[in-house]
Design a protein around this ligand. Structure first.
Ligand code: ATP
Ligand code: ZN
Length: 294
């Protein structure tokens, strides 16, 4: 493999993770031009390019050195680790793509713990994670590995139960299945090979990690600004949601009056603002927070 100077990140070409991935990279200040065949995105500015592929191919591409980093669900990373295929490391959790890998059984099947699956056939696209879960629970069952459409296997009679990803549970319900046990909680993660490149790409990785931290840490946060009498500060801080630490500034020429600012982890709805106002605040402003640098 030719040595590369530019950092290359593998992301899902089209699927649930694609849009939030592009959004995250955009918030990190990375801009791209897409190649005509849609395989690459070339970075404008920072020395970072993207490779657009199927999510299942990402661990292998990193292991082969075709890419340095990738964004996949923790489920893909964990299945890969359970298969002992490649040594990858999780660099960051990205707080999107939340879902869970669960055991689901037909709605009318009794379930009293893993033992109820003994000698049954369980369909899944995650045979290694399922094998480990079954053995951790001391259950002897048959694993039926399917590449997709796992949720229809019980209706087709090719399996008795399934182990599949769910988010809302609507797909399970539509297939007359119910969730009975949880194998893994997942979200999107940034992964890299166990040993990261030591050359110039290292700087690009560090820049990216710093910026991702600056975006993910404040995602969904709001900056609250308000004015109040100094005597009301304690009462106001007591009703701030999530108990953030507040900065109190003396207002010029107005003794006893302060300006307060606090970074709140949540949205700050009208009811919360009204409670803060009743505690003595005036001139309340709620600002979105886009990025942070410590
Ligand atoms: P590809 O063509 O890239 O192989 P795919 O069908 O394997 O696509 P998607 O269905 O787009 O993949 O899911 C990508 C990832 O999104 C999953 O690996 C998982 O981490 C996450 N995800 C979030 N919610 C769900 C869900 N309800 N069902 C499946 N995956 C989900
Ligand atoms: Zn896939």
């Amino acid at each position: 493999m030719m040595p590369r100077e530019r950092l290359r990140i593998a992301v899902q070409k089209s699927g649930r993770l694609s849009e939030p991935c592009f959004d995250l990279l955009d918030r990190c200040g990375l801009r791209f031009r897409r190649s005509r065949d849609g395989l690459f995105c070339y970075g404008d500015g920072e020395p970072v390019d993207l490779l657009l592929v199927r999510d299942d191919d990402i661990p292998g591409l990193i292991a082969q050195g075709v890419c340095d980093l990738g964004i996949v669900g923790r489920n893909v990373l964990a299945e890969n680790a359970a298969a002992r295929q490649t040594a990858l490391q999780c660099l960051r959790s990205l707080a999107f793509g939340a879902c869970r890998l669960v055991i689901a059984v037909p709605q009318d099947m009794a379930y009293a713990g893993g033992g109820s699956l003994a000698r049954l056939r369980i369909a899944t696209s995650y045979p290694n994670l399922l094998r480990d879960w079954l053995s951790a629970n001391g259950v002897d069952a048959e694993i039926v590995t399917l590449a997709g459409s796992v949720e229809i296997a019980p209706r087709l009679g090719t399996a008795d139960a399934i182990c599949d990803l769910v988010q809302s549970g609507a797909t399970l319900a539509a297939n007359q299945l119910r969730e009975v046990d949880r194998v893994l909680d997942s979200e999107a993660v940034l992964v890299g090979s166990a040993t990261l490149p030591a050359d110039g790409r290292r700087d690009a990785i560090e820049l990216l990690l710093r910026r991702i931290d600056g975006v993910v840490r404040v995602r969904g946060s709001r900056l609250l600004l308000l004015q109040a009498a100094r005597a009301s500060v304690e009462a106001i801080v007591a009703v701030l949601p999530g108990a953030p630490s507040a900065t109190v500034l003396q207002m010029d020429g107005q003794p006893g009056q302060v300006m307060l600012q606090a970074l709140c982890a949540d949205e700050l709805g009208w009811r919360q603002l009204e409670a803060i106002q009743r505690a003595g605040a005036r001139e309340l402003f709620v600002l979105p927070v886009e990025r942070a640098l410590a």
